[in-house]
Write a protein that binds this ligand. Structure first.
Ligand SMILES: [Mg+2]
Length: 247
């Protein structure tokens, strides 16, 4: 698997494809936001609520809220991974989406502000090996310790170079890598605040129905396709026509 290649090592697979997919994890690939569930269960619901309120008041950046929700989590990595595995349900169509990418040789980036450790645990549990192996994961790094769970941002520097000062793990970085790899058409799929950057640079956006990203697209009249399951996104990959660059 190449799951452990966040922003640091060239991928072993040299794939040239006119199409690539950049997909969010929490609340997009999964039904629940697993980072939030970890925070609420293992750090305390009141602490999570307080951090969320600070974010919604504008007191925290995207990077700031990612750090804040884990401050009170003192559980070891093994416990966090085990909890994530039992809390996570993959969204219907997610496996089919990766399979569609794999079948046509289109890179599939899982671009997340969540933590690599719990995402890997969920993928290992819920995806077959051949699909896991097709996932290029870019995520933050959990740093576990008795003083609380801290967050490392291995993509921070690259995010800033891509023009984003606030995410710490901006999804523009995955889009830029896809384009360097030859993708003229990038499908972006997401639901949250951090997916605003994805909308700005993807060629087609799927926004989860009723999510922050969905409202953001509607309010700004940004072209998007709402979804509740990911089967339509999988079909967009299967039916992509390189000649017309449409999906
Ligand atoms: Mg999300």
């Amino acid at each position: 698997m190449c799951l452990r290649a966040p922003l640091c090592a060239p991928y072993k697979r040299a794939v040239t494809s006119p199409l690539a997919v950049v997909c969010d994890f929490d609340g997009t690939a999964t039904l629940l936001d697993i980072g939030d569930e970890i925070s609420k269960r293992l750090g305390g619901a009141a602490q999570w609520k307080a951090a969320s309120a600070r974010f919604h008041r504008g007191d925290l950046t995207t990077r700031g809220i990612i750090e804040a929700i884990y401050t009170h989590v003192v559980a070891p990595e093994s416990e966090v991974r085990a909890f994530a595995v039992q809390a996570a349900r993959l969204r219907p169509g997610f496996s089919e989406l990766i399979a569609a990418c794999r079948e046509r040789g289109a890179p599939f980036y899982l671009a997340s502000g969540g933590l690599r450790q719990y995402i890997e645990a969920v993928l290992e549990k819920h995806l077959p090996p051949e699909l896991r192996d097709w996932v290029r994961l870019r995520a933050n790094e959990g740093i576990f310790g008795p003083g609380g769970l801290r967050v490392g941002f291995p993509g921070d520097e690259e995010s800033r170079r891509a023009g984003c000062e606030v995410c710490g793990s901006c999804k523009r970085v995955s889009v830029a890598e896809a384009r360097r790899g030859g993708a003229a058409f990038v499908i972006g799929i997401g639901d949250g605040f951090a997916d605003r950057c994805l909308v700005q640079c993807a060629d087609r956006t799927f926004a989860r129905e009723g999510s922050y990203l969905h409202r953001y697209c509607v309010e700004r009249a940004l072209p998007h396709t709402p979804f509740t399951a990911l089967h339509d996104a999988a079909e967009a990959v299967r039916s992509f026509q390189a000649s017309g660059l449409t999906a």
